[in-house]
Design a protein around this ligand. Structure first.
Ligand code: ARG
Length: 461
């Protein structure tokens, strides 16, 4: 016999298609443990308000304990007649505590304040798992930076050779953005840590219940200031969806580079067999599918964010049933990330970098031209003319298919009188890299400091 939570004023039950449209247990059942935790806290405040005797509280908590066990073991599951997780668990409670006692728990709460609270609880736990998964990826990047502390590669802008940089510097750049994603989730948690429980349907409770006590028991910092806002707002979900979409975009940018680096034309890396796939027709293929799925799934996470924002944008206060659409996009984003994290960390951690190839390409494309200009500045030449002169060096070298370091003394002197042979001191990749030694630069000593600070921050998590 289905137990609707609102039978009284209805002469008939819902039409089948109405029930099918309404049902949400296929995705909100994961809130069940949080729902039961909320019920425990709610039973205690009902008791403190004199609405449950001590014996009734004990019996209620015992029934909720059995229900929690049966949910965990799978002995109790929702049926198609249960509208949502809250309805199903009310049925489970009535079965265990009896209709008389079980029917008392619903006083002073609504599914509106319940779901707003439970969704926050689920997301706060999910945020911790997402942080842990992100830190595994950061660990893999740091491990690779440590494995190749001296390797250089051509740093790029516009995908064109720009200036030589340390491979470790490049890898740590990705680690820095991932750590900001972690920081965003932690900042988010401060705002998500307010409990709407006790807001009722929208207006608050008349029964002398203590929302602060419920908030504390459920691990929140405080209860919401405003019951209307507590039940109607979902910016906590949208902000979370943004934080994880941004994270997925940052992972996608790493993935894109791995895909490029893995081409024959670049030849920077080899993928470990465990983290690559083959082709059903082309026997030679070894494809970077982990990276491609990472790039692909970022589109899905962006869609989850924009879909959620569109769901929210025209809803008047307070609760509207549209809000039932708030959960699946965010659940999906978390699910996709949990699939990705171990694969990305595995793929990145097992990449082999071809350091000879990287070193050969590092000075190619005249990446040391800026070093000539800056060397001239140190000789007192204004940067404007120094830039001109260095550009002319490139033109002359390019004209006879030579490197900048192969320009003759005469050629140099003809381009600019200040260009003496000692300019060649900076015309090596090592010289160029170690000259960029201000904080944040690519000089080995600076990169080592950056790495140590980053690892110290990791240890705080
Ligand atoms: N299942 C709903 C949700 O996820 C909560 C139920 C509120 N329903 C209602 N008729 N007020 O938002």
């Amino acid at each position: 016999q289905p137990v609707a939570l609102w039978g009284g004023r209805f002469a008939s039950g819902p039409a089948e298609a109405m029930a099918a449209l309404s049902a949400s247990t296929h995705f909100d059942w994961r809130l069940a443990p949080y729902d039961i935790a909320g019920s425990r806290a709610h039973a205690r405040v009902l008791h403190r308000a004199g609405l449950l005797t001590g014996d009734e509280l004990d019996a209620m908590l015992a029934a909720l304990g059995t229900l929690a066990d049966d949910v965990a073991s799978g002995a109790f599951t929702p049926t198609i007649a249960d509208e949502d997780v809250h309805t199903a668990l009310e049925r489970g409670l009535l079965e265990r505590a009896g209709a008389e006692l079980g029917g008392k728990l619903r006083a002073g709460r609504s599914r509106n304040d319940q779901v707003a609270t439970l969704f926050r609880m689920w997301l706060r736990d999910a945020a911790r798992r997402v942080v842990a998964g992100t830190l595994d990826v950061v660990d893999a990047l740091v491990a690779q930076a440590d494995r190749y502390p001296d390797a250089v590669l051509p740093g790029r802008t516009h995908l064109q050779h720009a200036q030589p940089v340390l491979l470790a510097h490049h890898l740590l750049a990705h680690a820095q953005s991932l750590l900001r994603d972690v920081g965003r989730l932690r900042d988010w948690d401060v705002r998500a840590a307010e409990s709407p429980y006790g807001s009722g349907a929208l207006a608050g409770s008349s029964l002398g219940l203590d929302p602060e006590a419920v908030a504390e028991e459920l691990g929140f910092t405080t209860s919401v200031e405003n019951s209307i806002d507590g039940t109607a707002s979902r910016d906590f979900a949208a902000e979370f969806a943004f934080a994880v979409a941004m994270l997925s975009v940052n992972l996608s940018r790493i993935a894109e580079e791995v895909i490029i680096w893995n081409t024959a034309e670049f030849g920077y890396v080899t993928l470990d067999d465990a983290w690559a796939t083959g082709s059903s027709i082309m026997p030679q293929k070894k494809n970077p599918d982990v990276a491609e799925l990472t790039r692909g799934k970022s589109g899905r996470l962006i869609g989850n964010l924009t879909g959620l924002l569109a769901t929210l944008k025209a809803q008047p206060l307070a609760y509207n049933r549209d809000l039932q659409e708030d959960k699946e996009p965010v659940f999906d984003s978390v699910e996709q990330l949990e699939l990705l994290f171990p694969a990305i960390a595995g793929m990145l951690g097992t990449l082999t970098f071809h350091t000879e190839r990287l070193a050969e390409l590092a000075p190619a494309g005249f990446t040391l031209a800026t070093d000539i200009a800056e060397w001239l500045v140190r000789q007192g030449v204004p940067f404007r003319s120094a830039h001109e002169a260095a550009g002319e060096c490139v033109r002359v070298a390019e004209g006879r298919a030579a490197g900048l370091d192969e320009l003759t003394d005469d050629e140099l002197a003809k381009i600019h009188p200040a260009l003496t042979p000692s300019v060649r001191e900076v015309l090596t990749v090592e010289g160029s890299v170690s000259s960029r030694d201000a904080r944040g630069g690519t000089a080995p000593a600076r990169v080592a400091e950056q790495r140590d600070r980053l690892v110290a921050r990791l240890a705080e998590h």
